[in-house]
Design a protein. Structure first.
Length: 456
């Protein structure tokens, strides 16, 4: 893939500092390498479909993540990171580019990531890094433009929801590290196993006494059909299957981390662990299992942690942060200069403190639902465009978002609702800045996506 593009620069001014000031979209900015003074190699681990509250380092009591938990003690741990979208393609596109999903053209369906937009791997490759991606889901494939900036981009693990991919993803990651340990590298590893289908790994059976009708590997459509009639034991078993998947993935991430230590490069690496979105398990008494449809916290509150090279101790950042700032923050963590034009100071974000957090954090979805939410401190205003309702939640007293308190907090509700609608208008105006096109799928790919429930 060529990185040659036309000259010029596209700049956007928008409301309340919520949208990145510069789109950094055109070739002149792609071709300039960031400074590599004291820069380190980077391993970026994105685990698909992991909600923050199912990891021990975020307070979960079940032992789902001992290796990630141990790593987190050496990390800047963002306790309140919010994904800009509750499904894979727009969330990771935003993480890679620092742009809002809707500006990139995402709404109800996956589209091809415009090759004009600057992607994180391009920054590293232009700075002399060897770059590689190992992915395990077609929704972050080269067909959709996610290979931009990668010297190699392996998709052999993208074999559908029933495929167990964590061992192979780790094996390929280890092979790349062994081949490139003497040079600067940027390695992206995408782990997919916690995503449905939820498969029991016998060595991590958190509910061995379950005697109900649900079973390991059950298709998501069948689970949703059964959701309204699930017992408390059924829901407990469903969570146990999900946790088994997380624990299995954690095992193989742990294997990677141990190998990095064994070959003597661990201390000098920047290591990033995050998720693209979470997962819902009929918390609200409805029939929804999975993601995409709404913007409740179980879908948008995700883990995010960065181990800075040469740093032994960790700390926590409690303020709300947006994965919209993921790309510049990872670049800054490596020691490279963040390309000019990003309005958010990623270095200060790594430094922590209220002054480094965004005043407002946005997330939205147009897939199987149409919701937008704006979070400011502990207040969260959510607009459901299909239902025609807007709600206000107090996450401090009601973290499950079960009680609308708009009527009791009229001033807060009006202010945040106005800000949300103002931002919605700006995003609609900016949407045309990049080319939006659907992927060219073969009949076989279309049938596969239908069978997985991704298109209708």
């Amino acid at each position: 893939m060529t990185l040659a593009r036309g000259p010029g620069r596209l700049t956007i001014q928008t409301v309340a500092g919520l949208i990145v000031i510069s789109m950094l979209a055109v070739c002149g900015l792609h071709s300039g390498a960031a400074s590599a003074r004291d820069a380190s190699s980077v391993i970026l681990i994105i685990i698909d479909t992991v909600r923050a509250d199912h990891l021990g380092c975020y307070g979960y009591e079940r032992k789902t993540s001992p290796n990630i938990d141990a790593l987190s003690k050496e990390c800047v741990l963002f306790r309140n990171a919010i994904s800009p979208a509750p499904w894979t393609t727009p969330a990771i596109a935003s993480m890679f580019t620092g742009q809002f999903p809707r500006v990139l053209g995402y709404d109800a369906e996956a589209v091809v990531l415009d090759n004009k937009v600057l992607c994180m791997a391009e920054i590293f490759r232009n700075s002399g890094y060897a770059t590689a991606g190992v992915i395990s889901h077609i929704f972050v494939s080269a067909e959709l433009g996610f290979d931009q900036g990668f010297d190699s981009f392996d998709e052999e693990n993208a074999q559908g929801h029933g495929h167990i991919s964590s061992p192979s993803v780790t094996d390929q990651g280890i092979a790349f590290v062994n081949a490139h340990k003497e040079e600067k590298f940027f390695l992206f590893l995408h782990y997919f196993d916690p995503h449905c289908d939820y498969i029991l790994h016998e060595q991590y059976d958190f509910f061995p006494d379950y005697d109900g009708d649900l079973y390991s590997g059950q298709p998501i459509a069948d689970l949703r059909e059964a959701a309204r009639h699930m017992t408390a034991e059924d829901r407990r078993y469903l969570n146990a299957l999900y946790d088994s998947e997380i624990r299995f993935t954690d095992e193989h991430i742990g294997r990677l981390l141990r190998h990095l230590k064994d070959i003597g490069i661990y201390e000098d690496l920047a290591i990033v662990v995050a998720a693209d979105h979470g997962e819902a398990f009929v918390e609200r008494g409805d029939d929804w299992i999975g993601h995409t449809k709404n913007v409740y916290q179980e879908l948008v509150h995700v883990p995010f942690m960065i181990r800075l090279p040469g740093k032994g101790g960790g700390r926590s950042v409690d303020e709300k942060v947006s994965l919209l700032d993921f790309m510049p923050t990872v670049v800054a963590a490596s020691g490279l200069d963040v390309p000019e034009g990003y309005e958010h100071d990623a270095v200060n974000l790594l430094g922590g403190g209220p002054e480094s957090a965004r005043e407002f954090v946005l997330s939205e979805t147009g897939r199987w639902g149409k919701q937008q939410t704006l979070i400011s401190g502990d207040w969260k205003v959510t607009n459901d465009q299909i239902a025609g309702d807007t709600f206000l939640f107090d996450l401090a007293s009601d973290p499950g978002e079960l009680r609308d308190v708009a009527g009791e907090n009229d001033e807060v509700f009006r202010r945040l609702r106005a800000k949300l609608f103002e931002l919605d208008y700006d995003l609609r105006m900016l949407r045309s800045r990049f080319r939006v096109r659907a992927p060219k799928l073969s009949p076989q790919q279309v049938e596969k996506l239908k069978s997985l429930g991704y298109i209708r």
